[in-house]
Design a protein around this ligand. Structure first.
Ligand code: HOZ
Length: 430
């Protein structure tokens, strides 16, 4: 494949944008190459600046559950565009999307829209601190909740990809307010909550971890969080920015039947436009300004284009059979990946929850970030590069997840499985 134009664009970008990218993992440093620059996308395909085409399993890191340029989403955005792009004032679209979110996500009574997942988690934490009058927060190693100060402790995603424990610029005093515990470690969590629970404002968790690769919760882990937080009077926050409307219509809370006090959302609810949201029990949400004292605001919050794209996306997802179809397609892909790896003799761990999937180059199951870090990163790098060169677009880090959309057809999934088989054989030297 020729990547000359992408290379030139990256050189140019590096002169005007730090690292040439607006989000670190996109620079592809950990997989030892330059990024490809995307020109356009359609359905489950992305096309780069050199005219190469790829089957896309990044899906803009999760939002594109209907694939790219879904006609219903495109026409909703176009129609809204005709009315204006931003008013900084309420619109009917915000009510419509709020009602759709409330109808789907069982623990949400009311919801506030913001512009990104980072803003959503940052605001939910402020709210938790405001209502409890406590400062400490508990999170889990390898969970990533955006780049707000208190959350960049033992974080996953780009922070893990770059191998940094936290970040310069986060005052020690802020980081000291965050306790990070291994994911799926109910015993440590119970110990911490028994010792410090009275001072813990909230426990925040990705109910299905998607930013250390895909790591599902072990049986009983989420229920134990619910029990411990109830006992200590701490707020339980489920960060469902990835899992919301993805692992099921009602998110991970519905799938595992554990109800948090607050939920953060993003990605799918904006249909590919910048969006975030946090919602939960009315008594808690009523503490947000203007009705309550906890302040949070935003010029572009509830932006009409994002609301319209979100409404169109959720309307499509409401159609019968959509999640069953996503499950079936992802299952087919996961089975194919397992078979391809087994035939090559390369040990891998492949898993899925709904249409999120992950593959670790490791011979034992991955339950937490330490397990994820101990997988074969060199092999991942070779795999990533070989797959890209054969037209399969994956997240450029072992510590990210993959996403299947309704636009992926069986023939593209079969093509992907054949490619994985060829690449695995190549890696195994067969
Ligand atoms: N942290 C994001 C994925 N988990 C990266 C987003 C991006 O680079 O667009």
């Amino acid at each position: 494949m020729n990547h000359e134009r992408s290379k030139k664009l990256f050189q140019h970008a590096k002169e005007v944008i730090p690292g040439g990218v607006n989000s670190p993992v996109r620079a592809c440093k950990s997989v030892g190459r330059d990024p490809v620059f995307i020109d356009h996308a359609e359905g489950c395909m992305v096309y780069d600046a050199d005219g190469n085409s790829y089957i896309d399993y990044v899906g803009s890191w999760g939002p594109m559950i209907l694939g790219h340029r879904h006609p219903v989403v495109v026409s909703a955005i176009k129609a809204t565009l005709e009315r204006g792009t931003s008013f900084g004032a309420p619109t009917d679209l915000e009510i419509e999307l709020a009602e759709m979110v409330i109808a789907a996500v069982p623990s949400i009574d009311t919801v506030r829209f913001v512009n990104s997942g980072t803003e959503a988690t940052m605001s939910a934490i402020r709210l938790a601190r405001g209502v409890t009058g406590r400062d400490l927060i508990v999170k889990f190693d390898g969970c990533y909740h955006g780049h707000a100060d208190t959350l960049l402790v033992e974080a996953g995603s780009g922070v893990a990809t770059l191998g940094i424990p936290g970040s310069p610029g986060v005052p020690e005093a802020f980081a000291a307010q965050t306790i990070s515990i291994p994911y799926n470690d109910t015993e440590s969590m119970n110990r911490v909550m028994a010792e410090k629970g009275q001072d813990v404002a909230c426990v925040i968790v990705e109910p299905v971890a998607g930013n250390m690769g895909l790591v599902p919760p072990e049986e009983g882990f989420l229920a134990a969080l619910r029990e411990a937080t109830q006992k200590s009077g701490s707020i339980l926050i489920f960060d469902e920015v990835i899992t919301g409307f993805r692992v099921s219509r009602g998110g991970a809370q519905d799938l595992y039947d554990v109800m948090p006090d607050l939920t953060t959302l993003g990605k799918i609810i904006g249909g590919g436009m910048p969006v975030g949201a946090y919602g939960g029990r009315k008594a808690i949400m009523d503490q947000i300004a203007p009705d309550g004292p906890v302040y949070q605001a935003g010029t572009l919050s509830g932006n009409p284009l994002a609301m319209a794209a979100g409404i169109a996306t959720l309307t499509e997802l409401n159609k019968p059979g959509v999640y069953a179809e996503l499950d079936q397609k992802t299952d087919h892909l996961v089975k194919g990946l397992k078979e391809a790896a087994a035939a090559s003799g390369i040990p891998v761990q492949v898993d899925r929850v709904g249409s999120v999937l992950g593959m670790f180059f490791r011979d034992k199951p991955v339950k937490n970030m330490d397990d994820a870090k101990s997988c074969d990163l060199d092999r991942f790098t070779k795999y990533y590069n070989a797959m890209l060169e054969k037209g399969i677009y994956l997240a450029p880090s072992q510590f990210e997840s993959g996403f299947v959309s309704t636009a992926h057809r069986e023939e593209q999934i079969d093509n992907t499985i054949r490619t994985v088989k060829a690449v695995m054989e190549q890696l195994a030297g067969k």
